[in-house]
Design a protein around this ligand. Structure first.
Ligand SMILES: NC(=O)c1ccc[n+]([C@@H]2O[C@H](COP(=O)([O-])OP(=O)(O)OC[C@H]3O[C@@H](n4cnc5c(N)ncnc54)[C@H](OP(=O)(O)O)[C@@H]3O)[C@@H](O)[C@H]2O)c1
Length: 379
């Protein structure tokens, strides 16, 4: 099953709206006779590719497959028919398929043909890998990933709206991977106005041709914006998710800014938070926050009654090790070194450099703040 999970991972960005599935066939002698992964839509499912390689050795074999085999005619015929025809003895599956057209029918068809079925092998790992598909089929809505990049003092942009680039190459590459995994990418009109992002997948590791995500903007897209063509939407975010779900969007990547991020967060619509922390301070309390607007009046420990809103959401917090510098902070070598050491002790910065000097946000003895920098730039 571990190998089947690896095979599925290889096709993570090419199968949607179908699930990314891996399959390994082990013959009666205990040797791997065939393996396969889901082809792009219209192509063979993982089981069919593995059977094609195993040929006669599939008779009496054990089939390890990450997802319950399909039992219906979609773009391709049912995998259960092919498994039964091939004479396999046993099917070991990771998770059941919640798709209404399968939902246990795959297992029942195999069992009715005398094939032994075992369910739930490495179900946790497979469930994590297939989460966007499983969420979409169970709820009709996409799995929502909220991604933001912030400085260590929690700022996503300077007061003038500039934010390029808070993180470095490493984080940007990761964002392109997240976009490639997503069927749609969404930003607010504020981000379009200030950053004019293209929101396309540009990843040297995965050359063309590649599927580009649907681009969605909350609000109006100004003429000439690089994000065009884009779907312009607004209003109730749940209704936006319903529509995207109907369009076959399994995973939606929300890329901010702070108002849009807060909208999804407050409504409890985020399934996974991906936070990139740059080893830099903006300084001051007038930069753009991670989440805009009013928060709760009182701090509650996560898990305390009333704070269950985020239960079940996954949080990935990555500190970038790229040598991002905050050009607006006057760096003094001695002070920067001290900051870096302190942060390492606290485990905030996994690796890399912190090039930050005194910053502009020190709380003065009179309790007033000095403003931070007006503009964010890297050098
Ligand atoms: N560091 C990061 O990761 C990151 C990521 C993205 C952006 N940014 C920065 O964030 C800043 C932009 O953020 P922002 O908070 O000003 O704007 P934003 O969140 O990108 O967009 C907010 C705008 O979206 C429109 N909108 C329409 N329907 C909405 C809805 N249901 N919920 C929320 N918004 C809706 C409204 O536009 P109208 O007012 O036109 O109606 C609203 O003003 C920029 O400075 C950008 O550089 C940073």
């Amino acid at each position: 099953m571990v190998r089947a999970i690896e095979l599925a991972q290889d096709v993570r960005t090419t199968t949607s709206p179908n699930p990314w599935v891996g399959c390994v066939i082990v013959d009666r002698a205990g040797e791997v006779a065939g393996e396969g992964a889901t082809a792009p839509p219209g192509g063979p499912h993982a089981e069919i590719s593995a059977l094609a390689l195993a040929r006669e050795r599939a008779r009496g074999a054990t089939v390890y497959v990450t997802l319950e085999p399909c039992a219906h005619h979609g773009r391709t015929p049912p995998c259960t028919d092919a498994l039964i025809r091939a004479g396999v003895a046993r099917v070991v599956a990771g998770v059941s398929d919640p798709d209404g057209r399968v939902a246990g029918a795959g297992f029942r068809a195999l069992e009715a043909a005398g094939i032994t079925v075992s369910k739930g092998l490495l179900a946790g790992a497979v469930g994590d890998q297939l989460r966007p598909y499983l969420v979409h089929r169970a709820t009709g809505r996409p799995y929502v990933v909220l991604k933001l990049a912030a400085t260590l003092d929690g700022r996503t942009a300077a007061p003038d709206g500039s934010s390029r680039w808070i993180t470095g190459d490493e984080a940007r590459r990761d964002v392109h991977r997240l976009r490639a995994e997503s069927d749609a990418v969404l930003v607010g009109a504020g981000t379009v106005r200030s950053d004019d992002p293209a929101l396309t997948v540009r990843d040297d590791a995965h050359p063309e041709p590649r599927r580009q995500p649907l681009r969605v903007v909350l609000g109006h897209v100004p003429a000439g914006a690089r994000v065009q063509p884009a779907l312009e939407r607004g209003g109730d975010l749940g209704a936006v998710l319903d529509e995207l779900g109907r369009r076959g969007v399994l995973q939606l990547l929300v890329e901010g800014g702070a108002h849009v991020a807060q909208g999804f967060h407050r409504a409890g619509l985020v399934d996974r938070y991906v936070w990139y922390l740059a080893p830099a301070f903006l300084g001051g309390d007038d930069g753009r926050p991670i989440l805009a607007g009013r928060g709760p009046r009182r701090w509650q420990m996560p898990g305390a009654a009333g704070s269950s809103r985020f239960a079940g959401s996954e949080v990935t917090c990555a500190s970038t090790s790229s040598p991002t510098r905050c050009g607006s902070l006057r760096c003094r070598r001695r002070k920067a070194k001290r900051c870096r050491d302190e942060l390492r002790v606290r485990g905030c910065v996994a690796a890399g450099r912190l090039d930050a000097g005194e910053g502009g946000g020190d709380r003065r003895a009179d309790g007033k703040h000095r403003g931070g920098d007006r503009s964010y730039r890297t050098r």
